[in-house]
Ligand binder design. Structure first.
Ligand code: GDP
Length: 528
């Protein structure tokens, strides 16, 4: 197969949702369609479960599952589909944001009863900013939930999307009869009393035909006709171009648990979802069909076994063919590397592969060279645009608790930061180190892993910081110099050497912006 054929076969996407909306269940049903797994229950939930186990054991368990479910690949209708796993727990939001830099589209899962929830809002915002094509799946239609039209409004308003319903539920909860598929123009009946819950699919050539009344009853048929009319007058027609540019989001209804409406979602997905896309670098736009390999690291997993300190770096291939045992350039370090056992991922296993193509993810074993966001190429010195960090929510000083292990501590912190577990800030004034995290849970993880993997001990000390603000300013200007002098106690460098102002309150940020209008503060490390 030619490179171009390999590329056009691939669809790499992520499923995002608030925890419990049904992401794991939907993933599993999609894998069942692809024949990638044989039975329900095969996909493990990577959710953080609170309860009997202590938090860090729970994190270890989660890390284990998370390696296994990082990439789930399967074939369907001649396409190779790669699902990239995105943790739903908010303390791992950074992981999810980073994974979203490696997908070409997403499916957003929403619970019909709960509607748009907090995590959905945050994740969709990131996708919107990046103009990632999104499909929406409204789940749990077998339960009582919100009215379909109210929900469509909610999705538009809270998520800032432009929705186009491509299916419509007929009834809901106990009255749920099935789904009218606007895309395929048919009705799929839901038969809950039968073990096989997917009922007949009936092709409807004319919605005004009497047969519709016979199938779903007069009342439901009348409602359906009214609603379809409403959809026609209120919502735009589906336009694939607009979907691909992130200007329009098709919506499907269904029930993942009952495997209802899932095939329709998948069929539409394979037809309309984008193939691997070009990616911007500091030098130029890199196109998938270019001969030379390029790719970037979006995730790093440390080995769970402390005796083997190797790590698995997840590389999304952007262009060309990645080959085993070929020399590639780690651009940041100017270092040549080759990989004798690159892993490819499948739903139920990973195995060594000789070649991979754009859209694919390869897992590369490494002992500490990689950092999240790194670019690998066949030799060209280009860098893909970095993966942004968001301002952490929590900040603490980190102190060495064992003077004999200072080196181990420094190394451990370095490697955990490369993995993206948290962010490190070093104060300009005195070199003290501050760890910033999205969730409080990460402090425990860091302490535990430093001790168990690096033999180092740390303690934390509180520090009153509200947000990390990345600074955009002319560092030679008098205004900046005055700002830096006044705020010298709060000036720090992040792990990439970028200048950061650690603001102690929202008020300080506000005042600073007023007083120093030419010193721009950003809550994200890449603002261009
Ligand atoms: P995740 O946190 O988004 O991965 O959600 P899960 O897939 O683990 O689902 C959360 C809960 O909702 C589980 O108990 C599922 O069995 C249940 N669930 C998922 N889909 C449906 C559905 O279509 N109908 C109903 N009634 N429950 C569902």
């Amino acid at each position: 197969m030619s490179l171009l054929q390999e590329i056009s076969k691939r669809k790499t996407f992520g499923i995002i949702s608030h925890p419990d909306a049904g992401k794991t269940t939907l993933t599993e049903k999609l894998l069942l369609f692809g024949g990638a797994i044989q039975e329900a229950g095969a996909v493990k939930s990577n959710k953080i479960k609170k309860g009997a186990t202590s938090d860090f054991m729970e994190i270890e368990r989660q890390r284990g599952i998370s390696v296994a479910t990082s990439v789930l690949a399967f074939e369907y209708k001649g396409k190779k589909i790669n699902i990239l796993d995105t943790p739903g727990h908010k303390d791992f939001a950074e992981d999810t944001y980073r994974t979203l830099t490696a997908v070409d589209s997403v499916i957003v899962v929403i619970d019909v009863a709960k509607g748009v929830e907090e995590q959905t809002e945050k994740l969709v915002e990131v996708c919107r900013m990046r103009k990632i094509p999104m499909l929406v799946f409204i789940n749990k239609l077998d339960r009582e939930g919100k009215d379909a039209f109210d929900l469509l409004d909610e999705v538009e308003q809270k998520l800032g999307l432009k929705v186009v319903p491509l299916s419509l539920p007929i009834g809901m909860g106990s009255d749920f009869q099935g789904i009218y598929n606007i895309w395929e123009k048919n009705i799929q009946l839901f038969l809950e009393e039968k073990k096989q819950k997917v009922g007949e699919t009936i092709v409807i050539n004319d919605i005004n035909d009497n047969s519709v009344d016979e199938i779903i009853g007069e009342k439901a048929a009348a409602t359906l006709r009214d609603e379809l009319e409403l959809i026609e007058s209120v919502y735009p027609e589906f336009d694939r171009e607009q979907y691909l540019t992130g200007e329009q989001q098709p919506v499907f209804f269904g029930s993942a648990l009952n495997n209802f409406g899932v095939r329709e979602l998948l069929d539409a997905f394979v037809e309309i979802a984008p193939m691997p896309q070009p990616k911007e670098s500091d030098l130029r736009l890199v196109k998938p069909e270019e001969k030379n390999f390029t790719g970037f690291v979006f995730k790093i997993h440390a080995n769970m076994d402390p005796k083997h300190r190797d790590r698995l770096a997840f590389v999304k291939i952007v262009s060309g063919t990645f080959k085993r045992n070929e020399n590639y350039l780690l651009v940041r370090e100017g270092k040549k590397m080759k990989f004798s056992s690159p892993n490819a991922f499948f739903a139920d296993k990973k195995e060594v592969v000789d070649e991979s193509f754009p859209g694919d993810i390869v897992g590369l074993h490494d002992t500490g060279s990689f950092r999240i966001g790194d670019t690998l190429t066949a030799g060209e010195k280009l860098q893909f645009k970095g993966i942004p960090s968001f301002s952490p929510e929590h900040f603490r000083y980190i102190n060495n608790d064992d003077p004999l292990k200072a080196k181990q501590l420094a190394k451990g912190i370095d490697q955990l930061m490369d993995e993206g577990v948290a962010q490190l800030f070093t104060l300009e004034m005195n070199g003290r180190k501050i760890i910033g995290t999205v969730g409080a849970l990460q402090y425990e993880v860091i302490q535990y892993r430093l001790e168990h993997e690096y033999g180092a001990k740390c303690t934390y000390e509180p520090i009153g910081i509200h947000k990390a603000c990345w600074i955009e300013a002319d560092e030679k200007s008098d205004e900046f110099k005055e700002f830096a002098r006044l705020k010298q106690r709060f000036m720090a460098r992040d792990n990439h050497g970028q200048l950061v102002f650690l603001a102690d309150s929202a008020f300080t940020i506000h005042m600073t912006q007023e007083k120093f209008p030419n010193v721009k503060l950003h809550f994200i490390s890449e603002w261009n």
